[in-house]
Design a protein around this ligand. Structure first.
Ligand SMILES: Nc1ncnc2c1ncn2[C@@H]1O[C@H](COP(=O)(O)OP(=O)(O)OP(=O)(O)O)[C@@H](O)[C@H]1O
Length: 485
């Protein structure tokens, strides 16, 4: 598998082949073309493409039969079928037989490109290794050819070791897994690792982001629909539960699913069957579910927005990812790794991270976790003008907000302390609160200024905005002696 996305187009129409080469240009994509089933099959074996665009009518064989053969070789590679007018029913049969999507000819690039993107993304998740530490296939320290084509999952802090152990324990079981963690902590990468280490690793893997799709569409995406079941349903559609039969379905952002959809999902998990929207025939399915959310599902159950019976069904095994700020020494290791990786990708020199830069990075709270770290490192490298990463290369304002925040909290602490002091003096019945507090403030102010100016009275008085005689008299009145300054 190549590092850039590869597509195999099998069609005897030279215009389609040309169009795909133009729409998916080098060097971002690699497009292989074949004009018949025999050479298409050879190309599939040789190039191991990420996705296939296949015409239903080929000179030497039907596209439908070819899908079957391609799936015998690798079920994880999504195949988009191109049909002519009037052959949509055939395409639907093909989808039931495992095609990822279909499109009716003629089509515009705008119609096909989103399907291709989605197929390539599905393929990436299923086939790009999510490599755990000490994976025997990944040798060396990220420099082997296999490692270069893998997403290395880094971590050696106790919480991440526990995550890796959990993946090992649960992957080969059929249990549903619930992955919890803040945004960008690696929930998708853990879901892929579970699938890739599972018994179903050579079967299909599909992912769906429950938060990104409106409810009505989500239902049809998951369960499919019958022709005419709602306005716009001009063809029957096969949903993910049907496409994933025998495979794995990753339900991302499950905490955002509406109550109606939660009920429908619960039913398919309990009964292992469902009906297409507008259909009445129950369809059996055997799908392993991996779900993830950054929401607090316990709180959602308490306020009634998440069904507890669905929670227990999904939660046969839980993996909780720690936020980046709680991963101790892993942070520095990850920062080094991403600097080296992206420097190579961006053609930049990288030797080391200066200690002050690392301090700034460590002081940041990282609400967007590993994804935010990756973004900051890419921006830093783009700005960098030398191989040692100094703070000036960090994105504008980076790290300053945490300094300001700590000044702010010091300021809040100081004011709170002063207010408490004043309250106690008042409660004690003092009549000199004002002069006592002003004297105390002057004592701190004057002694700090004298320290800063090396006891130079002229400079200290001018920086305090008072005359030199006034400063002298205040020093005397407050009883400040040179040894206390
Ligand atoms: N432990 C890790 N080591 C190396 N890279 C990691 C690690 N965890 C996450 N990443 C990388 O961080 C990025 C974000 O991870 P991922 O998409 O899995 O997060 P997520 O929790 O699913 O985010 P969201 O909640 O926003 O969907 C990805 O590029 C992923 O490869």
């Amino acid at each position: 598998m190549n590092d850039r996305p590869t597509l195999l187009v099998i069609d005897d129409d030279p215009l389609i082949l040309q169009c795909m080469q133009l729409c998916l240009p080098e060097p971002d994509y690699q497009v292989f073309t074949s004009t018949n089933a025999t050479t298409g099959m050879e190309s599939f074996r040789r190039h191991e493409p990420d996705a296939v665009l296949l015409d239903v009518q080929l000179p030497d064989q039907s596209g439908l039969a070819l899908i079957h053969e391609l799936r015998e070789l690798d079920r994880r590679v999504p195949v988009i079928l191109m049909t002519g007018h009037g052959t949509a029913e055939t395409a639907i049969t093909a989808m039931s037989g495992g095609a990822f999507e279909y499109i009716t000819k003629p089509f515009e690039p705008d119609e096909i490109l989103p399907l291709i993107d989605s197929a390539l993304e599905t393929s990436r998740m299923a086939r790009r290794p999510a490599a755990l530490p000490n994976d025997p296939k990944i040798t060396g320290s990220g420099k082997s050819p296999v490692a270069a084509r893998a997403d290395l999952v880094l971590g050696s802090c106790p919480q991440m070791i526990e995550v890796f152990r959990s993946i090992g324990r649960v992957a080969s079981r059929e249990a549903a897994v619930l992955i919890l963690g803040e945004t960008g902590t690696g929930k998708e990468v853990v879901a892929r690792a579970i699938y890739q280490h599972s018994q179903r690793h050579d079967q299909v893997f599909h992912a769906i982001n429950c938060a990104a799709i409106p409810e009505a569409l989500l239902e049809s995406e998951l369960f499919g629909h019958e022709k005419g079941s709602f306005t716009g349903a001009d063809q029957r559609r096969v949903g993910k539960f049907e496409l994933c039969d025998g495979g794995t379905l990753f339900l991302d952002e499950i905490g955002d699913m509406s109550p109606v959809m939660q009920t429908k999902l619960l039913r398919v998990l309990q009964e292992k069957e469902f009906e297409r929207v507008g259909g009445s025939r129950p369809i059996k399915t055997d799908v392993r579910i991996i779900a993830a959310t950054n929401r607090d599902l316990k709180a959602a159950m308490n306020d009634g927005s998440f069904r507890s019976d669905l929670f227990y069904r999904l939660n046969e095994f839980t993996i909780e990812l720690p936020p980046l700020r709680q991963r101790g020494g892993d942070f520095a290791e990850m920062a080094e790794h991403f600097f080296a990786l992206y420097a190579t990708q961006l053609g930049k020199d990288f030797v080391s991270i200066a200690p002050e830069t690392m301090q700034r990075l460590l002081a940041h709270p990282w609400p967007g976790n590993v994804r935010e770290l990756q973004g900051v490192i890419k921006q830093t490298l783009l700005k960098a003008s030398g191989p040692v990463i100094v703070p000036a290369f960090l994105p504008n304002g980076f790290g300053y907000e945490s300094e300001l925040e700590s000044h702010h909290s010091v300021a809040i602490g100081w004011r709170e302390g002063l207010a408490e002091d004043v309250r106690q003096r008042i409660a004690a019945g003092s009549f000199s609160v004002s002069s006592d507090i002003h004297d105390e403030a002057d004592r701190i102010l004057i002694s700090e200024m004298l320290k800063a100016t090396g006891n130079n009275l002229s400079e200290a008085s001018s920086r305090l905005g008072i005359s030199r005689p006034t400063l002298r008299s205040r020093i005397r009145a407050l009883g400040l002696r040179p040894d206390t300054m």
